[in-house]
Design a protein around this ligand. Structure first.
Ligand code: GLN
Length: 478
């Protein structure tokens, strides 16, 4: 049986009815990984023995027996967590991330860890220090990033669901490129404890799945207050049923004019227009709105994110984690050699940019200014949400691009996230939903953005959309 193409919900029903066994399910997915992963390369590590052992009997809990893949920047006790960086090669965390603890309690089966751009810095997985993941819809193209491994694994039928992290679009953009659902929850909704920090004021963990319903099932398990993350919001876990059951009819959707102009690929624009029409047929009202500070979002993000990254990555000093340079003189030399050898070029670029933005004399001009613009971007959204229930945009201005096409031009690569970055700066939730294909057969994603802590509206919209469309059922020609 090809169980990897079903949704989590469908497989849970099969398991409940005893029509499929847990061992059979895990074996089926491991076979699929063996068959396609040499071409897709979604996984940094697969745990066949442990996964089969856990699947001998059905585990208890709402995700009992469901094999899930986890982005390799989320700490898994005793299992290598590399962030796709040489500097963390061989690092085995002595603890589980809170999301992993919660998945454990829900009875999941850890199938493996997935590839990413090194420390989640990138939009294509080409910045991975290990290897590049391929897009299952066209192996010559990138799967997006940084959670490209998670998106490709779900898209290729290698797992039912995966976790990713999103700092500036890293769940939504790869979901869009690979034709799967990707949810970035509200900042503070899901604990960041055990997520290797990139930019702490922006990072958020979320699910990549085939259906919006599955995203809600996973969010139910991983959401909720955690005293070990000081920015975790003081709310109880969400309920999947409530996340999906809001009345969509009568909702007002804002289309920000800044997201539908120059730079938007024509075919992507056409697919999005059709998707918006479908939402209108479901009874939503569409309104043009403005997010006037959008043109400053990319610049603001690359100041805030790099500043935080330069500080967060100071801890990789060759003493505490993973790699240490083999030969060195004094302590300073050891730091220099370890960091020079351990980090890849993009990570180094960001550490330098961030250190510069924070340095005396430039702090006010760059970092402080960026913080002020960030506030204006957040206010843009607050204003729009006074009259709209959700904001609807393309997830990415283009479909998946070819490998190598942007890797030598960091600025073009940074612009891949132009529609996703503001959402992180504002801290609001957003989901990318498969909504069609280009003529070349590449998936397109529709981004639905919600008010802070209102995942229910965007997931209900996405769920209603998927009930009347079948884009999420299409399989790549692997
Ligand atoms: N592509 C963006 C970056 O390179 C976002 C990455 C992310 O969300 N982790 O920073």
């Amino acid at each position: 049986m090809e169980l990897g193409w079903l949704s989590v919900k469908e497989v849970l029903d099969l398991l409940d009815r005893g029509e499929v066994g847990c061992g059979e399910l895990t074996r089926d997915l491991l076979d699929r990984i063996g068959e396609v992963d040499p071409r897709v390369r979604a996984f940094t590590n697969v745990f066949p023995r442990e996964a089969l052992e856990l699947s001998r009997e059905r585990r208890q809990g709402p995700l009992g027996g469901i094999p899930i893949a986890v982005k390799d920047n989320i700490c898994t006790l005793g299992q290598e967590t590399t962030c796709a960086s040489r500097i963390l090669k061989g690092f085995r965390p002595p603890y589980n991330a809170t999301v992993i603890e919660r998945l454990e309690r829900a009875g999941y089966v850890l199938l493996g860890k997935t590839n990413l751009d090194e420390f989640a810095m990138g939009s294509s997985t080409e910045n991975s220090g290990l290897f590049t993941t391929h897009n299952p819809w066209d192996l010559c193209r990138v799967p997006g990033g940084s959670s490209g491994g998670s998106a490709a694994a779900v898209a290729a039928g290698e797992c039912l669901a995966a976790l990713g992290s999103d700092t500036g679009g890293s769940i939504r953009q790869p979901a869009s490129f690979c034709g799967v659902v990707g949810l970035k929850p509200t900042y503070g909704r899901v604990s960041r404890f055990g997520l290797v920090a990139f930019a702490s004021s922006l990072d958020q963990i979320g699910p990549l799945t085939r259906t919006v319903e599955d995203a809600a099932l996973l969010l139910e398990v991983i959401s909720g207050h955690d005293p070990r993350d000081s920015t975790s919001a003081p709310y109880p876990p969400l309920k999947a049923e409530e996340l999906l059951s809001k009345e969509v009819k009568g909702m007002v959707l804002g289309l920000p004019r800044e997201y539908y102009g120059e730079g938007l690929d024509l075919q992507v624009g056409e697919v999005i227009t059709k998707a918006v029409r479908t939402l209108e047929e479901l009874g939503c009202r569409v309104e043009e709105v403005s997010l006037p500070h959008t043109p400053y979002a990319v610049a603001t993000y690359y100041l805030v994110a790099t500043a935080e990254a330069s500080s967060n990555l100071a801890r990789y000093d060759g003493v505490r984690y993973g790699l240490r340079a083999f030969e060195y003189g004094d302590l300073y030399d050891m730091y220099v050699k370890t960091r020079s050898q351990g980090f890849g070029p993009e990570v180094k670029r960001r550490i330098m940019l961030g250190t510069y933005a924070l340095s005396a004399g430039y702090y006010d001009a760059y970092y402080l200014k960026a913080q002020k613009v960030r506030t204006l971007i957040r206010r843009d959204f607050e204003k729009v949400f006074e009259t709209c229930d959700a904001v609807v945009t393309p997830t990415s201005p283009t479909p998946a691009f070819k490998m190598g096409e942007r890797v030598l031009d960091p600025l073009t690569m940074y612009l891949s996230d132009i529609y996703t970055i503001s959402v992180n700066l504002a801290g609001v939730p957003a989901v990318s939903i498969p909504c069609g294909f280009t003529q070349e057969g590449l998936p397109v994603g529709l981004q639905v953005i919600g008010k802070a802590f209102d995942e229910a509206t965007i997931l209900s919209l996405g769920h209603a959309y998927q009930e009347v469309t079948d884009w999420h059922r299409k399989r790549p020609p692997l």
